[in-house]
Write a protein that binds this ligand. Structure first.
Ligand SMILES: Cc1cc2nc3c(=O)[nH]c(=O)nc-3n(C[C@H](O)[C@H](O)[C@H](O)COP(=O)(O)OP(=O)(O)OC[C@H]3O[C@@H](n4cnc5c(N)ncnc54)[C@H](O)[C@@H]3O)c2cc1C
Ligand SMILES: NC(=O)c1ccc[n+]([C@@H]2O[C@H](COP(=O)([O-])OP(=O)(O)OC[C@H]3O[C@@H](n4cnc5c(N)ncnc54)[C@H](O)[C@@H]3O)[C@@H](O)[C@H]2O)c1
Length: 512
């Protein structure tokens, strides 16, 4: 029998970055919030099988890179091996600390967490009809015990870590519902994940780094694993469809990173198209592919093959379909700029919405939704100014328009690109890494006399941190002249942006 739970102002499906940020902000604004998650721990893909575990492993392999080059600096050290047991414990410790910290914060804010799986969403009103009037609940979520839950009960957590069984099925009602069900790895067409053909979740959990790997794709997942495994000594082959990695990014960044990954020991097969993968128990993966302009099928073998060709939204469920929420052809929930769906009082955030599938974008969408529900007037997320980072070695980071994008827009004038030679910077020189930086500038037609920074594209160590300053400039449309006036501490990697801004403003200092 279905148990009726308390009524909430807001009920959220999924406790990844989109769902939990909505919950945190809504609770801060005084709303009664229920956050429903089927996994045993909170944090979604990001904390459990995405951003955080991948960066924990990358932290280890960055250390290997550092040891490998210290002899150049007169320091004698060597990598004697990797203790995978300890590395495994380190990754789990980081995940555990972050997920428990999140549970504690949610409890502190007064968010009620349900561990269970949402299997139904229906619209209700006081008299049971579909109605958008009044202050009462407009929606009911049916929550079943998570398939893996001990005791077959939905658990309610008011205090972090202390769950109370509340029935095999419960109904949670709320005036507003936020869908934040996230995404899952996309398999190669006709090649399901099986045996040695793995996805990123599996790749993070394997006991030891593979001796050899074939990675298919040239986005963030492919490049982070290629860089990580190659630093640890794996023989990595990257199969990419275009002439360079990150082909949707600024051209110079993609070309520079392709060159640097090759220098790092990654074999990159460009213009290639996977036609199939042959696997067998313990036999690894033979990846078959063709190359543009070349005859016949070729093969490359790896102990594993990692398919990293994107992710699919988790919206292909009967309950989501039956709810009447509109999906596009790719299965993304269709929303307006404030993340409202076609159903009154139903919102969607994160990877199930069209746009960059990134944790920090989902955080901001969650804040916007919570504030909109609270009757504030939040500024919608501008996808064009969401920074993107790939944590390979060296890192790549980008915000705003590429040159091509800016040149194709009617609302921009005097668009130009400034390229800064990164090795003019002392810290870059000391890092032993090459890199690139380009700034795209131009003026909005509405203010043609004031050039602003429209985009910044970086490949360098610490690019993930440098991009935050660039985002402030691009997102706030800071006039180029004002941006170039501000000083940067010396000697830092951040000076590369300062120098590039001076050059873009027509007065280069340490460069021609
Ligand atoms: C390997 C990897 C590395 C990444 N690294 C980065 C990075 O460095 N930086 C970055 O910004 N992004 C990174 N990402 C992307 C980032 O993880 C996602 O963009 C982010 O997690 C999306 O948040 P979300 O809330 O939309 O969904 P998710 O984090 O996927 O969370 C959705 C949650 O909903 C739950 N759920 C689904 N259906 C139901 C249901 N019916 N009932 C109850 N619960 C349900 C799921 O269990 C899940 O916990 C990475 C992704 C991967 C795979
Ligand atoms: N550092 C980060 O922020 C980070 C790290 C990892 C993942 N993520 C996010 O997770 C999501 C998934 O990452 P991803 O790298 O799998 O996806 P992605 O969309 O970033 O890249 C997919 C890549 O696969 C290629 N591709 C697509 N279909 C293909 C096919 N049939 N054969 C060969 N190549 C094909 C595409 O050209 C693209 O280069 C992305 O949204 C990404 O932004 C972010």
């Amino acid at each position: 029998m279905e148990q009726h739970e308390e009524q909430y102002d807001i009920a959220i499906v999924g406790a990844g970055p989109g769902g939990y940020s909505t919950a945190l902000r809504a609770a801060q604004l005084g709303r009664r919030v229920a956050l429903i998650e089927r996994d045993a721990t909170l944090g979604g893909t990001c904390l459990n099988r995405g951003c955080i575990p991948s960066k924990a492993l990358i932290t280890a392999t960055h250390a290997i890179d550092t040891v490998h080059r210290v002899s150049e600096l007169g320091v004698n050290a060597s990598v004697d091996g990797i203790d995978f047991g300890r590395l495994h414990d380190y990754r789990l410790h980081i995940i555990d600390t972050m997920t428990k910290g999140l549970a504690g914060l949610l409890a502190h804010r007064g968010v009620t967490v349900y561990r269970g799986e949402v299997v139904g969403l229906s619209s209700v009103s006081g008299n049971g009809s579909r109605d958008d009037s009044g202050d009462g609940p407009r929606h009911a979520l049916t929550v079943n015990a998570s398939p893996a839950a001990a005791g077959g009960q939905v658990e309610r957590y008011v205090n972090a870590g202390v769950g109370e069984p509340v029935g095999a099925t419960v109904s949670v009602t709320a005036r507003d519902v936020v869908l934040a069900t996230g995404s899952r790895p996309r398999p190669l067409p006709g090649v399901p994940f099986h045996a040695a053909v793995i996805d990123s979740t599996h790749a993070l959990e394997i006991n030891e780094f593979p001796a050899s790997a074939v990675i298919i794709g040239s986005g963030a997942v492919a490049l982070e694993f290629a860089s990580m495994w190659s630093s640890a000594g794996s023989d990595v082959t990257l199969l990419i469809r275009k002439d360079r990695v990150l082909s949707g990014w600024d051209r110079r960044a993609g070309v520079t990173l392709t060159r640097e990954l090759k220098r790092h020991g990654v074999t990159i097969i460009t213009h290639s198209h996977v036609t199939g993968i042959d696997t067998g128990a313990n036999l690894g993966a033979t990846v078959r592919y063709t190359r543009d302009g070349e005859d016949g099928e070729k093969t490359v073998w790896g102990q594993i093959a990692l398919a990293a060709i994107g992710r699919d939204p988790i919206t292909d469920t009967a309950w989501m379909r039956d709810s009447g929420v509109t999906l596009d052809r790719a299965g993304m929930v269709v929303t307006d700029e404030l993340c409202r769906t076609n159903l009154p009082g139903v919102w969607a955030v994160g990877d199930i919405t069209e746009g960059p599938a990134l944790a920090h974008r989902a955080f901001e969408q969650g804040i916007v939704v919570a504030e909109a529900i609270a009757g504030l007037d939040p500024t919608p997320v501008d996808d064009a100014t969401v920074p993107q980072v790939v944590f390979c070695a060296p890192e790549a980071a980008s915000v705003g328009f590429t040159l091509d994008q800016a040149q194709s827009r009617d609302d921009l004038e005097s668009v130009g690109e400034t390229v800064y030679p990164m090795l003019g910077n002392a810290r870059m020189l000391m890092s032993g890494s090459a890199g690139s930086m380009s700034i795209v500038s131009g003026a909005y037609a509405s203010d043609p006399d004031v050039p602003v920074v429209l985009g910044v594209h970086i490949v360098s160590p610490l690019a993930s941190d440098l991009i935050a300053e660039a985002e402030q400039l691009v997102g706030n449309r800071v006039p180029l002249h004002d941006a170039a006036r501000l000083i940067h501490p010396h000697p830092t990697f951040a000076e590369t942006l300062g120098e590039a801004l001076l050059k873009a403003d027509g007065r280069p200092l340490h460069t021609r």
